[in-house]
Design a protein around this ligand. Structure first.
Ligand code: BGC
Length: 766
């Protein structure tokens, strides 16, 4: 007994501390040597060919290390919601492994909707453990492209419309992932806000919107999260592809932000050898070059950063400085991951991972509407629940593009409800509509047969018949992961629900007022029937534990506390990109390129709705609870601020209902007057507080100068003198208290007459 304890203690100590290999160990192999010394040493031993080899792929998802030096391959994997199944070396088809099924975590929109950084950390850690078990060094995620239009087929992979929310949520994900020795590859940098024409769109955006809206979450991931890699996006900006874009990569990422990690191309995102050399691309993946036509073995040699680069060096066209820099960055990535010691072995499909997925899912579900307390379900003996809709039975982890997963299991909403209501109610099902019955992605199949040959009228008739007299009708619909829905490589064609679901909902509403609509999507959808249903729940793509997370909320086992990470507009023309911006861009007469002007500038999402006084269907930050929260008096420790000081705001919040629950208290800042137009208010802080019935907690926010600043293209980040307001509330359209304060750029030590002063920092206040 004693011996075994001793043994395991020794084993633990060995696993946790780097091993010193003796005096003749090369520095690069010495785990105790500083990272840069190891990188320098490895680089000094590498041949030109070896340096070229490590900066491009050798298969669909890996690049070679340096076999001669014992430096292993670099293995990447999608991401961002689970670890993708193994594909063949050089094909997208399945490798056919039987031990590569994973846990699917809720999509990142759901994570953002938790407004809970602890959930982001739990997510990152759990995902990293799955990645390590599968031998992956880099997870291709998280995605933090901003929500510009509800038509973007990939919004479900991102964290919503607000740069502050996405910044706060991405940092713990990245840190927790990397804390386990797995690199994050933050994507898709940058301005990749739609799927339509994703390779040919040239985004035209002003610097203000670039710095205030589209870059902050990337900056937070890099500067605060310390991301080890980042993925260049497919689109163009300033007429250069973002995978080798001088401004984005050389000036901003590696210059202003001091990024020391590796820029990885999106798969097939590199297009030009001289630009890839000069403009900061470090590793090229997925390029479909002419080499592929010549046969597999030659394909990777023909990548832009492979033989063509070598030839340019050998002919003296370019020097080797850029190559050394790229190789250094790849080596850093390897030493931080596959060549690092002290990390755990990881685990796959563990009970903990399922529990994490279930918890995150339930934390992110948003209760949008709840007329007459329809929810939570209150069931008496012999109760009858009718579930309607294709999304109640359709597996959602298969499909959607590169984030598609091969799961060990996925509990559907119908099965989750059946399980939760066992012995309490009978649960019946009616299809209601037939949407998309396919369930396949790159050879992974859902194995479901969803074929149903009945006509829409017959399906509605059946559902309505069963709905009459049911205690509750739960309609589970929304979008799915098929092309044209929430899926990569195409956008949606409109805001409306597909497959005439509105007809089914209207027919059900006419016969049963206790109708609960569960919208499964990563995007806003139109809800023309919203006033005639009992409750509306936004359920996202919840992954493996979908049915459990959803049942937890519907039955009241979990009190909903998610808040919307983006605005639900009433109509597409209420969205700035569609009202005043361009979407999807205008094709140039003489080339395949589409120019797309972001004329709406910084006025996206709630910033636009506020500025035009447009009432949203559901506002950014909105989300109800089964309990009620009373906001008290907002107070501050000061009414004046300067660059060297902060203001601390306090808001008591009381749970005035009879259930325990959590509230996301949100802080917005309004600038009364400024030299450039500013949004009416912007999110600059939030805090999720858990309260027992009757309990009060005081939420505090510390506001510093960055929370007051905006980006002036002529001056950089500035905070201007003047009057501001702190607005604290439960949603962007539900402000409960306001407090004015003043900001002066003069400090006691430095009282010059500057009316504004550049600042740095991305996050404002926490
Ligand atoms: C996607 C990336 C993904 C990559 C590898 C690309 O098509 O845009 O997000 O990581 O494929 O699957």
């Amino acid at each position: 007994m004693k011996l075994s304890i001793l043994f395991s203690t020794v084993a633990l100590a060995l696993a946790a501390s780097p091993v010193s290999l003796g005096a003749d160990t090369p520095v690069y192999k010495d785990q105790t040597a500083p990272l840069e010394a190891r990188v320098d040493d490895a680089l000094s031993r590498m041949t030109l060919r070896e340096k070229i080899d490590i900066i491009h792929a050798q298969s669909k998802f890996c690049s070679p290390g340096v076999p001669r030096l014992g430096i292993p391959e670099l293995w990447t994997t999608d991401g961002p919601h689970g670890i993708r199944a193994e594909v063949l070396w050089d094909e997208w088809d399945q490798a056919g492994w039987t031990n590569d099924s994973c846990v699917a975590f809720p999509a990142l929109t759901c994570l953002a909707a938790t407004w809970n950084p602890d959930m982001a950390a739990l997510y990152g850690r759990s995902l990293a453990e799955e990645a390590r078990y599968r031998g992956k060094d880099v997870v291709l995620g998280p995605g933090v492209n901003m929500y510009r239009t509800p038509l973007n087929g990939r919004n479900f992979e991102y964290m919503g419309e607000d740069p502050y929310l996405a910044s706060v949520m991405v940092v713990p994900y990245v840190k927790a992932l990397q804390n386990e020795g797995v690199a994050a590859c933050v994507k898709h940098y940058a301005l990749n806000n739609q799927e339509i024409n994703r390779h040919t769109t040239n985004v035209i955006v002003d610097d203000r919107a670039l710095y205030e809206i589209y870059l902050p979450a990337f900056k937070a991931a890099v500067v605060d999260g310390g991301a080890w890699s980042i993925m260049g996006s497919y689109n163009r900006y300033l007429d250069e592809h973002c995978c080798h874009n001088n401004r984005l990569l050389m000036q901003i990422l590696k210059g202003e932000w001091g990024f020391d990690g590796a820029v990885i191309s999106d798969w097939g995102g590199a297009h030009d050898t001289p630009q890839a050399i000069a403009n900061g691309l470090d590793i090229e993946f997925g390029t479909w070059t002419d080499g592929l036509q010549d046969g597999r073995s030659k394909a990777y040699d023909n990548y832009f950063l492979a033989d063509p680069y070598l030839a340019a060096i050998e002919s003296g066209q370019v020097g080797t400085d850029e190559l050394d820099d790229k190789a250094r960055r790849v080596l850093r990535l390897l030493f931080r991951t596959s060549m690092a010691s002290g990390y755990g072995h990881g685990s796959l499909c563990s009970d903990e991972h399922y529990a994490a997925a279930r918890r995150i899912g339930a934390d992110g579900i948003v209760l949008l509407a709840n007329r007459d307390n329809t929810l939570p379900m209150n069931l008496s003996d012999g109760a009858r629940v009718l579930v309607v809709g294709e999304n109640a039975i359709k597996m959602m982890t298969v499909g959607g593009g590169s984030s598609s997963l091969k799961v060990q299991r996925e509990l559907t909403p119908l099965d989750g409800l059946r399980e939760a209501l066992k012995g309490k109610a009978t649960v019946d099902y009616a299809r209601g509509y037939v949407g998309d019955i396919t369930g396949e992605y790159n050879g992974v199949t859902s194995g479901q047969n969803l074929a149903d040959s009945r006509t829409p009228a017959e399906l509605i008739e059946e559902a309505v018949g069963k709905a009459r007299g049911a205690d509750y009708v739960v309609f589970v619909g929304g979008l799915n992961k098929s092309p044209g829905q929430d899926c990569e490589d195409a956008d949606r064609s409109g805001l409306e629900l597909p497959y005439a679901q509105d007809d089914v909902i209207r027919a059900l509403a006419a016969v049963n007022p206790r109708l609960i609509i569960v919208n499964v999507s990563g995007n806003a959808v139109a809800m023309p029937w919203v006033d005639s249903v009992g409750a509306v729940v936004q359920a996202w793509f919840l992954g493996s534990e979908c049915g459990n997370s959803l049942a937890d909320v519907l039955t009241g086992a979990v009190n909903p506390s998610g808040k919307l990470p983006f605005t639900f507009p009433r109509r597409l023309s209420d969205v700035a990109a569609h009202a005043v911006g361009q979407y999807p861009g205008v094709k140039r007469a003489d080339s395949p390129i589409h120019d797309e002007r972001y004329d709406e500038g910084i006025f996206t999402g709630y910033r636009w709705h506020d500025s035009r006084n447009i009432e949203p269907l559901f506002a950014f930050g909105h989300g109800l609870s089964y309990t009620t929260f009373e906001y008290g008096q907002l107070t501050a420790d000061n009414s004046e601020m300067n660059p060297g000081s902060t203001i601390t705001l306090s808001m008591p919040v009381k749970n005035t209902g009879s259930r325990a629950g959590a509230e996301v208290v949100q802080l917005y800042i309004a600038d009364n007057e400024s030299s450039l137009p500013r949004p009416q208010k912007e999110l600059k802080g939030f805090s999720k507080v858990y309260l027992q019935p009757g309990e009060t907690a005081t939420v505090t926010f510390t506001v510093d100068k960055t929370a007051l600043s905006f980006y002036d293209p002529a001056r950089g980040w500035v905070a201007e003198d003047g009057d501001f307001k702190a607005l604290v509330g439960a949603a962007s359209d539900d402000i409960r208290a306001t407090l004015p304060f003043t900001y002066r750029n003069e400090t006691a030590q430095n009282s010059n007459n500057n009316s504004s002063e550049p600042v740095s920092g991305a996050l404002g206040c926490r």
